[in-house]
Design a protein around this ligand. Structure first.
Ligand SMILES: *[C@@H]1O[C@H](CO)[C@@H](O)[C@H](O)[C@H]1NC(C)=O
Ligand SMILES: *[C@@H]1O[C@H](CO)[C@@H](O)[C@H](O)[C@H]1NC(C)=O
Length: 550
């Protein structure tokens, strides 16, 4: 038993040191309530994952660091050669949140009741996941089994945004703000990522259900600075809560780059198809843009229904004209007014421009729009429900986007058979521009009996009968009770202001035809018989075009 004392004291020492060690460990564990991500190492290659070889060839580092987003556990444990993997942790967006919460029909643009804010979409702590070379993500197609059901799915949006934010945070090198690191993304799943966020131009290869992307960092960065939905007006560059980690690093340079749009090739674009009914509208549109002192290119796409005489007028008005094959809308009836409305898709073929602002020919511009070229695709003003109005859109032409859209024309149904319905299915994730950028001339709320338009508008979108189809004396939508919602003499006058300032030889393209004149008279007669209380039918019209029918 003589030896028992030193043994016991050794045991005591051991116990005490173990106690202190565990205390220290507990303390450490307490300190890091949020554990640092744990990188798994010493991995084995897996030949069944073809994307890995592709990425391994491209990534120029000894050891590839891979972030896994929404990857199932069985795949998480799959191991690769010289690679480290880390599973990216984030809280799934609440199931209560619906697409309509992020794309509400109406928002308080003028902040009468406080600045509108978007609901949260939780993001990972980006600073915990820096130094990644590749992000591997399983993108959901949405709850529904079909593409249609999945396109407005908040969980799908969240996964896409998580990946995009990781790419930006990892691609941006802090010390040298002007340098960028390449970050690759591999999406797994039959539907691929949201094309609104990950451009098809950045798709390197697709092998079965693996989609390998090399995102263009600057473009992705700008999109991640946009609000998460149309729940807020998109500022030219924006920042959302929870993205502070790279907001601090990005914004100063982003500002400089975005304000400096001179390097971009930009143009205003419109499309004329099916008939000559909008030739005058397009001439007035070009002139209105020029009257706002814009010097950007004006490009007009037209089909063969536009005569060479009209083309001369359109060119004299400022348009560079280009002949296109019209595109039929698959759901429109033959001979219907919107049969060829998908011709608008040809705007994506204008790849000699980086960005264009598309404008319908029944719009006039009142204030210079050049500053809106900084916005990313697809930026537009709201229409109704979760939809944007396709009358003015910021678009980035791209060959593969055009092909992608064409391939979808039979898959995605348009709610109205027109381009607007289709484009709203193809671009469900869009950025909201102020409504005064594309002011829809429609009056469906009371309290404005004369239908006065606000005076700070950028444009007027002339819904209903067009001003050049009426006498200049008044808006002939007044003559039809069913069109009263479109009637506005103040909007009408604004269009005729543009007309007055046009050269005489262009005004000639806005004459009245016999047919137009007969239609105006017919409805004036009907309005008189009905004794319409607005009394516009009583106006003694002195429009000289009445006597110079074309
Ligand atoms: C289709 O195009 C015509 C002519 O440009 C236009 O008047 C009409 O509003 C469009 N229809 C739809 C549903 O977009
Ligand atoms: C037409 O309406 C006005 C009031 O708006 C009324 O005073 C007048 O009697 C009406 N005329 C006829 C013929 O109904």
């Amino acid at each position: 038993m003589a030896s028992s004392r030193p043994l016991r004291s050794f045991q005591t020492l051991l116990t005490i040191s173990l106690f202190f060690l565990s205390l220290a460990l507990t303390f450490l564990a307490l300190l890091s309530v949020k554990p640092k991500p744990h990188y798994s190492t010493s991995l084995q290659p897996n030949p069944s994952h073809g994307w890995f070889d592709i990425v391994a060839e491209m990534v120029d580092t000894q050891k590839i660091r891979i972030g896994l987003v929404n990857v199932d556990d069985d795949i998480k444990s799959v191991t690769y050669g010289l690679a480290e993997t880390v599973s990216v942790d984030f809280e799934p967006v609440s199931k209560e949140k619906k697409w309509e919460d992020f794309f509400p029909e109406w928002i308080d643009e003028h902040h009468k009741w406080g600045r509108p804010r978007c609901p949260e979409i939780p993001m990972p702590r980006l600073e915990d996941y820096l130094g990644l070379d590749v992000i591997v993500a399983r993108v959901p197609c949405g709850e529904g089994k079909t593409e249609k059901e999945g396109i407005r799915n908040v969980w799908r949006l969240q996964v896409n945004l998580v990946v995009a934010n990781l790419v930006v945070a990892n691609g941006w090198v802090q010390k040298a703000a002007e340098t960028e690191r390449t970050v690759y993304v591999v999406f797994m799943g039959s539907c691929g990522p949201m094309q609104e966020i990950f451009r098809c131009d950045d798709l390197l290869t697709r092998i079965g259900d693996y989609w390998v992307y090399k995102p263009e960092l600057r473009k992705l960065k700008q999109k991640m600075l946009m609000p998460v939905g149309s729940c807020q007006i998109a500022p030219p560059y924006a920042a959302e809560k929870g993205q502070e980690i790279w907001k601090r690093r990005i914004i100063p340079t982003l500002k400089v780059r975005l304000n400096h749009t001179a390097y971009q090739r930009v143009a205003y674009v419109t499309v004329l198809h099916s008939s000559e009914a909008y030739v005058c509208g397009a001439i007035a549109l070009a002139q209105s843009i020029i009257q706002t002192k814009s010097t950007k290119d004006l490009v007009l796409l037209h089909d063969s229904s536009i005569t060479s005489k009209s083309l001369r007028g359109l060119r004299a008005a400022g348009w560079k004209t280009r002949l296109i094959e019209p595109i039929r809308s698959p759901s429109a009836r033959r001979g219907s007014y919107n049969e060829w409305n998908y011709s608008k898709l040809r705007v994506w073929q204008l790849t000699d421009y980086d960005k264009v602002i598309f404008i319908d020919a029944d719009i006039i511009v009142l204030k210079n729009l050049d500053k809106f070229f900084v916005y990313p695709q697809l930026s537009a003003s709201a229409n109704d429900k979760v939809l944007f109005n396709s009358g003015i859109m910021v678009i980035e032409p791209s060959k593969c986007t055009f092909e992608d859209l064409m391939s979808k024309t039979y898959k995605l149904a348009s709610y109205n058979g027109g381009d607007q319905g289709f484009l709203n299915e193809a671009f469900t994730w869009w950025h909201r521009l102020p409504s005064k950028l594309n002011h829809l001339k429609v009056f469906n709320i009371k309290g404005n009996p004369n239908h006065e338009i606000p005076d700070d508008l950028y444009t007027i979108h002339l819904l209903g009968l067009k001003p050049w189809m009426c006498y200049r004396d008044y808006d002939c939508n007044w003559d039809m009770l069913a069109r009263h919602i479109f009637a506005s003499d103040s909007a009408h006058r604004r269009w005729w202001h543009v007309y007055e300032a046009m050269p005489k030889k262009l005004q000639k393209y806005c004459g009245l035809t016999r047919q137009m004149e007969l239609r105006i008279r017919k409805w004036r007669g009907i309005a008189k018989k009905a004794n319409l209380s607005d009394g516009h039918w009583k106006i003694n019209a002195i429009d000289p075009r009445k006597h110079l029918l074309i």
